[in-house]
Design a protein around this ligand. Structure first.
Ligand SMILES: C[S@@+](CC[C@H](N)C(=O)[O-])C[C@H]1O[C@@H](n2cnc3c(N)ncnc32)[C@H](O)[C@@H]1O
Length: 243
């Protein structure tokens, strides 16, 4: 019997989107490559175990794994179709669905966790996002690093004046739920009800702090051209933090 997948869930969307994902990702290469360069330059491999959380089709994590000269790659995702793609690449030693018992029972502590391209923004609520970060923290060695990038609610690329307006209201009366969006994602002519979340820099500092991480670096990476800036309105938010 086919598995029941909730409407508006990441699982449903990415199962449907898995076949188109590679082309979609290649179109964002300036952004993705810039984030990856920041990670590789910061970490300066070789390192041990890497956990790629929300790995998608696994191609990006496998590329980073090689660049970091890491010893072991573990890839997990919520979409079965994506986990199958990670498995078929044959690079990761383990590929798991986060909804399965294999992941529940997985106790290896890693040296680096990757949580790349707004994986956190697919998790529906603030408390679930914190729980996910806490769970990742428990799967990491002491002083291991996490590299995480998310959509930025204050990105000027979404509109200069709207960035100013959002920063003003978020400074006066912070409320993370303002970053929640719902929309229809059209995949092969079918509209899939979808949802997501845009974060602020203060929110990322708060959530990572609640989960026990210590922030080492936060930069903005332009979503169109990959330019990296210390000014946190200039792109998506990339954070590197210590467990
Ligand atoms: C935009 S893709 C990014 C994939 C990959 N990290 C990359 O950069 O190419 C987001 C991925 O997060 C996964 N995802 C969403 N919610 C998740 C969750 N709660 N746990 C694990 N993976 C999740 C989706 O299935 C999807 O593959």
């Amino acid at each position: 019997m086919p598995k029941e997948v909730p409407e508006r869930s990441a699982e449903r969307i990415y199962d449907a989107f898995a076949g188109e994902y590679r082309d979609y990702s290649e179109n964002k290469r300036p952004y993705i490559d810039a984030v990856d360069r920041e990670i590789v330059n910061y970490i300066k491999g070789p390192i041990g175990e890497v956990l790629d959380f929300g790995a998608g089709d696994g191609v990006r994590g496998a590329r980073l794994f090689e660049q970091l000269e890491a010893s072991t790659l573990i890839q997990v995702d919520i979409s079965d179709a994506m986990v199958t793609r990670c498995q078929s690449l044959g690079v990761a030693s383990r590929c798991m669905n986060v909804s399965g018992t294999e992941w529940d029972e997985f106790k290896t502590k890693v040296d680096l966790a990757l949580c790349l391209w707004n994986v956190l923004g697919h998790i529906p609520t603030t408390s679930q996002r914190v729980e996910t970060l806490k769970l990742l923290h428990t799967r990491m060695k002491k002083d291991a690093l996490i590299a995480i990038d998310v959509n930025n609610r204050h990105y000027e690329g979404y509109g200069y004046w709207s960035s100013i307006g959002r920063r003003a209201i978020d400074a006066i009366a912070p409320n993370y739920s303002r970053g929640d969006i719902i929309f229809d994602w059209e995949i092969n002519g079918v509209k899939y009800p979808s949802s997501g979340h845009f974060f602020t820099a203060a929110e990322m500092k708060d959530l990572l702090g609640q989960a026990g991480f210590l922030i080492e670096k936060m930069v903005a990476v332009d979503y169109q051209n990959g330019a990296v800036s210390e000014q946190l309105t200039k792109g998506q938010l990339l954070t590197i933090a210590k467990a």
